[in-house]
Design a protein around this ligand. Structure first.
Ligand code: FPP
Length: 242
């Protein structure tokens, strides 16, 4: 691992399904929210690592639309952790040149959470080194459903013709419209699925799965994923150039 990853292909956009917080806690005889607290430490570590490796966009699956079905105490703990982290981390994010953004359906999030979302987005708006995107109350099917409604409305109003709709039109109306598609999607925690995460945007993403639980994921773990990515041959449905 002595080689510098910067000499190789570095993905512009890395997206991570941060799985395994609950198991990490259970293995230690702790309550599940303790795993999420350790998960925030991992977010801090991996953000620094991503900046150091030259990643420009880092998207983190923080809370899915399905996560509302978890016990209320756990949902509340995650939301509270988000709010506290905004307060605690914003100065460091600014110092590191991080622009933080939230992607998802904000309408179901509490007024308090929305307040902290506005706060972190406004306070870090000038960050230019990396864009850190928290997917909150996000899922692909929900995102696509909302996008279809927006497009249907435009067609009904006459501002868009149905035959004009193409992949670019759909991309431009997703929550993720301001960001490039992810080059690399990492899932921690040993499961091999996308779980409703960036399914449209993942059309040509490289996938990397690791058994490492999210609270244990660190700079070396990220390097391992970036190494694997740099060895991949992305053809985007074409044949290899001679
Ligand atoms: C998956 O682990 C993790 C989540 C559903 C939440 C992710 C949240 C964090 C990393 C902490 C909050 C982050 C911020 C920035 C406030 P799991 O609980 O599904 O783990 P398991 O599969 O072992 O049960």
């Amino acid at each position: 691992m002595a080689e510098n990853i910067k000499d190789k292909k570095t993905p512009c956009h890395v997206a991570i399904i941060m799985d395994g917080n609950g198991r990490w806690a259970q293995q230690r005889g702790l309550e599940r929210p303790e795993g999420h607290i350790a998960g925030v430490e991992a977010v801090r570590r991996v953000l620094k690592a991503a900046v150091a490796e030259g990643v420009k966009y880092l998207t983190l699956y923080t809370f899915s639309t399905e996560n509302w079905g978890r016990p209320k105490e756990e949902v509340d703990a995650i939301m509270e952790l988000f709010c506290k982290s905004v307060v605690a981390e914003t100065p460091e994010l600014k110092a590191q040149g991080v622009r933080a953004r939230i992607m998802g359906d904000r309408s179901a999030l509490s007024e308090k959470v929305n307040h902290y979302i506005d706060r972190i987005e406004n306070e870090t708006a000038e960050g230019e080194r990396i864009t850190l995107i928290f997917a909150m109350n996000y899922s692909s099917r929900h995102e696509l459903t909302e996008t279809m409604k927006v497009l249907a409305q435009k067609v009904a109003e006459g501002s868009l013709r149905a035959e004009e709709i193409d992949a670019a039109t759909i991309s431009a109306n997703l929550y993720s419209c301001d960001y490039p598609d992810p080059d690399l999607i990492i899932r921690t925690g040993g499961e091999y699925r996308l779980s409703n995460f960036l399914m449209w945007q993942a059309a040509y993403s490289e996938l990397f799965f690791t058994p490492t639980l999210w609270p244990d994921f660190d700079h070396d773990s990220l390097k391992e994923a970036l190494e694997a990515y740099s060895g991949r041959n992305r053809r985007f449905g074409l044949v290899e150039a001679k």
